[in-house]
Write a protein of this length. Structure first.
Length: 260
């Protein structure tokens, strides 16, 4: 299977999810809290979108495995695994904001080789692979590239919510990093990584991530020239503490604040 075939199929998966999700957005729908310590909402949009993706994979790529947030893992025989988060940023979704997206990664050989971040309401789709990082929108297709940022004092830093997702020690580390940065913005969820690949954000710092929260975003950021690691500078395929940066210089500086 060629990467072009995989990208075309991933587009179809995102299309299928978007068709399910759009009718639920900014509607009064049931929200279920599946969290144990913090509010962790799930809706029918999350569930039905993942079901739609899984059905298409089962029909056309039956030998591939699937790992998804809502329905867990199904092992395959091909050595390829589709890693899914049907609505990453459900808190944003249920409050009528657009900083959420559908995440689809293809993991092969233990690493994601293809990633899609789809925002089906804005009709924006970020795609990353060895072929490059691209934004597909109503304006056409644009190649993405991170921007140069040599120092923290010039950096725009984003995180989703440090109070819910960071421990007290992580909050202290993040606060010192924020104080050293030019500007800090909260919110964003997966969409912040798209902004980083576009060159509008320089750092995204998160914790408590799962594999489905990050694997699709790694190819998008890296193919745009950025870097994604854990807070120690190691690979972060399993999630956990994650830092994404557009410039390796500012990444190295930020790691010093997160090493405590």
């Amino acid at each position: 299977m060629s990467i072009d075939d995989d990208i075309a199929f991933a587009h179809r998966l995102a299309d299928a999810a978007g068709e399910v999700i759009r009718p639920y957005f900014r509607k009064r729908i049931e929200v279920i809290d599946k969290g144990e310590t913090v509010f962790d909402p799930v809706t029918e949009a999350d569930k039905r979108a993942e079901q739609a993706i899984r059905a298409l994979i089962k029909s056309e790529r039956p030998n591939d495995g699937v790992l998804g947030e809502e329905y867990g893992e199904e092992t395959g025989t091909s050595g390829r695994v589709w890693v899914l988060d049907p609505v990453d940023g459900t808190r944003a979704f249920i409050t009528g904001q657009t900083q959420w997206g559908t995440l689809i990664a293809l993991n092969e050989g233990g690493a994601p080789v293809l990633g899609i971040l789809d925002q089906p309401v804005l009709r924006e789709r970020f795609v990353g692979s060895a072929a490059g990082s691209f934004l597909h929108s109503a304006d056409g297709t644009a190649k993405l590239s991170v921007r140069a940022c040599p120092s923290l004092g010039e950096a725009v830093l984003m995180t989703t919510n440090p109070w819910d997702y960071f421990s007290e020690s992580e909050q202290r580390m993040f606060r010192t990093l924020s104080q050293a940065s030019m500007l800090t913005r909260f919110g964003g969820d997966c969409y912040a990584y798209g902004l980083l690949a576009m060159g509008f954000v320089d750092l995204v710092v998160e914790a408590r991530l799962k594999p489905w929260d990050i694997q699709a975003l790694i190819p998008i950021v890296e193919a745009a020239g950025g870097v994604v690691t854990d807070w120690a500078g190691a690979p972060c395929l399993g999630g956990g503490r994650v830092i994404a940066a557009g410039d390796r210089r500012v990444h190295a500086q930020a790691l010093k604040f997160l090493a405590g």
